[in-house]
Design a protein around this ligand. Structure first.
Ligand SMILES: Nc1nc2c(ncn2[C@@H]2O[C@H](COP(=O)(O)OP(=O)(O)OP(=O)(O)O)[C@@H](O)[C@H]2O)c(=O)[nH]1
Ligand SMILES: [Mg+2]
Length: 689
């Protein structure tokens, strides 16, 4: 059996230490590295070693019993959440590490929510039991309260193991796995058949274990273990339990499909595409296909788009795999063939990006962890901008969330980021990898916009020998819903092909709002009606009409500026409670009732990223290093100082010609412009609403 197991947690919970132990015990690595000794096998990048934190997700491979395991260690720092999320989608099971001292932390909840969204069966490991202040029972209570009541603590009674720890694979001397009475009862409560059998005294060990396995696989029950990764306590037992309680079913007979989860470049600069095989098999020199959500390709890229190399849609691409590698840390071995369930890397694939489906898998993964900040790259003006841009594009291919944009007008290079630590790391990476010294400008907030009320938007595009008309209903959605689409257009009015084009154009790029030109979100777009012309409608006309319709709809209604928020947990000694409670409202934050624990207070709350991103330093300073604040991204909400931001941005909606609300009509063989206020009256289809 092949199983991919991911390790996730809040920063510093012990993921890398835990992974290192697992690899050591299964003979995958000869020496146990240690994060604090700067020699961890999975923190292989020099920056990771120096700083003692994981920045890049990394994988190891090991054999245990009759299974091949891929172990994926992920970064826990909030600034590298995008990297963590990219790794989640390929996991068969996730191990969530929680420190028995710190307990469930803010980021643990983010990790948990992402795992639930992607429906990854999850297993808890409560770590650091050796530390003073460790409290396993308290952590289990916190898991039940904050994450899931379906957590099931499994203690030593479950396994009854008796073996030599040093060489697990070769000298396993396991007794039959026995379930404790408590566990038998626990499992029975999830299954009526079992409950009946249990009440009637018909206990069947095999059936109970199989049911537990299914409950775990279906994310109905989350087993929990405990130990100390550093002291090597509970790891072997955990590994053995995992082997017994998890299973995968991969079909090697079907056609090949896979999911891209990571892009890297090797020392020679060649692009290495990491894929998980989901069905079938893949051999060296096989051709694979990806992309192709949009059939139509036309249009000329704009100047900015060209240099940014960012066409917003791509046709199906077919490329040959030139080599296949199986990675273990930074080392790899080349193989001729991989099969469903394998994690591997290929060369020869030039433009697939993380999240792409390969082969028969067409749908792309949508990622939730998006940057909230933007910064300007400052570099020596004597550097060749194309070269600098090429370096950053290479980094962007590895981390698409960076969203590198070259602004031709301002002659500026912008990068999207999650936080300041990410900028520090990025600076080091650029210097080490490309021998280029850069600085970054101050962090700016990435705003978004939405609408306050429902509106109808109409767009018409009819220069000579072109024709398309689109009517859209646009409704506000709850915060952080993104953009959704519904089609209510009858095929008598518009062919299904053209209806699909409207949908595609809604999603193919970001749409600028009217207030600051930031991207529009939290709206539902419904296609009401549209019209094409038998002779004159050509490629691109529906794009023009759709964009104009959306923009015209925005013009008719109140627009709302949104900004990112953090959820925070501040922990300080009672001496500073007054200071913190007076600071929070000043920073436009809100807070829940204060929790007092002996001489410390814990304050949970929420506030704008713009004001709280620098507050960490203040807390550390006034509490003389004894206070702490943990910040977790908590979505977008109404901006606390909209008017000021709008005034500072100075966005002129009428000057943004790529996002116009003006329609184009035709009279006597000549196109003419109709502004948004007058466009409804000129539409060819009847305007609803
Ligand atoms: N006492 C004790 N320390 C531990 C244990 N596990 C890990 N540590 C220490 O905790 C620190 C963080 O461990 P890591 O393994 O780097 O944690 P991580 O979760 O990988 O951290 P990031 O990848 O940066 O999020 C290191 O100094 C470890 O030595 C444990 O079981 N007991
Ligand atoms: Mg780590």
């Amino acid at each position: 059996m092949k199983k991919t197991i991911g390790v996730l947690a809040h920063v510093d919970a012990g993921k890398t230490t835990f992974s290192e132990q697992v690899l050591f015990h299964t003979n995958s690595i000869r020496n146990r590295g240690r994060v604090d000794h700067k020699d961890a096998f999975l923190d292989s990048h020099s920056i990771e070693k120096e700083r003692g934190i994981t920045v890049f997700s990394n994988q190891g491979i090991f054999e245990f019993k009759n299974s091949t395991y891929y172990l994926v260690d992920t970064p826990g720092h909030i600034d590298f959440s995008a990297e963590m999320e990219r790794a989640i989608q390929i996991m068969d099971y996730a191990i969530i590490i929680i420190s028995s001292v710190e307990g469930v932390q803010g980021h643990t909840k983010t990790v948990w929510n992402l795992l639930r969204k992607h429906n990854i069966p999850s297993i808890f490991f409560i770590n650091k039991l050796d530390r003073v202040g460790a409290d396993k029972e308290r952590v289990i209570k916190e898991i039940k309260k904050d994450l899931s009541k379906d957590v099931c603590y499994i203690d030593d009674n479950f396994l009854e193991i008796n073996y030599d720890k040093k060489d697990m694979n070769n000298s396993i001397n396991l007794k039959e796995t026995n379930l404790s009475e408590q566990l038998i009862e626990y499992i029975s409560e999830y299954d009526d058949d079992l409950l009946e059998k249990y009440i009637n005294g018909c206990y069947d060990n095999r059936l109970w274990i199989d049911t537990l396995k299914t409950l775990i696989k279906e994310s109905k029950v989350f087993p929990c273990f405990a130990g100390s990764a550093l002291q090597d306590e509970g790891i072997v037992e955990f590994l053995d339990a995992i082997d017994k309680l998890t299973y995968t079913k991969y079909n090697e007979k079907e056609e090949f499909s896979g999911r891209v989860y990571k892009i890297r470049h090797d020392e020679s600069g060649s692009r290495i595409t990491f894929i998980k095989a989901l069905t079938g098999e893949l051999r060296v020199r096989d051709e694979i296909s990806y992309g192709g959500e949009v059939k139509e390709i036309e249009d000329v890229l704009t100047c900015d788009a060209e240099i940014n190399n960012k066409p917003s849609y791509k046709s199906e691409i077919r490329e040959k795999v030139s080599s296949i590698r199986i990675y273990n840390g930074s080392k790899f071995k080349s193989v001729d063939c991989v099969k469903a369930g394998d994690l591997f890397a290929v060369s020869g694939i030039l433009s697939a990006i993380a999240g792409d489906g390969i082969g028969t898998l067409k749908e792309k993964t949508h990622y939730e962890m998006t940057p909230t900040l933007m910064s300007k790259v400052i570099f020596d003006t004597s550097c060749n901008i194309r070269k600098v841009l090429a370096y950053f594009k290479m980094l962007e291919s590895e981390d698409p969330a960076l969203n590198i944009i070259w602004n031709e007008t301002l002659q500026e290079l912008h990068v999207h980021i999650m936080g300041k630590i990410q900028l520090e790391i990025l600076k080091e990476v650029v210097e080490k990898r490309f021998d280029l010294k850069v600085e970054f400008g101050s962090c700016q907030i990435l705003y978004k916009e939405t609408i306050a009320k429902e509106t109808i938007g109409c767009g018409h595009f009819e220069p000579l020998r072109h024709y398309a008309e689109v009517h859209l209903k646009i409704e506000p959605l709850p915060r952080n819903s993104g953009i959704t689409f519904e089609n209510k257009c009858h095929s008598d009015n518009l062919t299904v092909g053209n209806q699909n084009l409207v949908r595609t154009h809604i999603f193919e790029r970001e749409h600028h709002g009217l207030l600051t030109g930031s991207s529009i979100t939290d709206i539902k777009v419904t296609l009401l009606i549209g019209r094409a012309h038998n002779k004159h409608t050509c490629g691109g006309d529906f794009r023009e009409a759709t964009f104009r319709a959306l923009r015209q709809g925005l013009e008719k209604v109140e627009n709302v500026l949104l900004e990112p928020y953090y959820k925070f947990t501040i922990e300080v000694s009672t001496d500073y409670i007054g200071r913190v409670l007076s600071d929070i409202p000043k920073l436009h934050g809100t807070f829940e009732p204060v929790q007092v624990e002996e001489d410390r207070v814990i304050i949970n709350g929420r506030g704008p990223v713009a004001l709280f991103m620098d507050y960490s330093m203040e807390v550390v300073a006034f509490s003389k290093g004894k206070g702490s604040i943990s910040l977790i991204y908590d979505g977008y909400d109404v901006c606390h100082d909209s008017e000021e931001v709008i005034a500072n941005k100075g966005y002129d909606k009428n000057a943004d010609i790529e996002h116009t609300s003006t329609s184009v009509f035709c009279s006597h063989g000549q196109g003419y412009l109709v502004s948004w206020e007058k466009a409804d009256a000129a539409m060819h289809c009847e305007v609803q609403g």
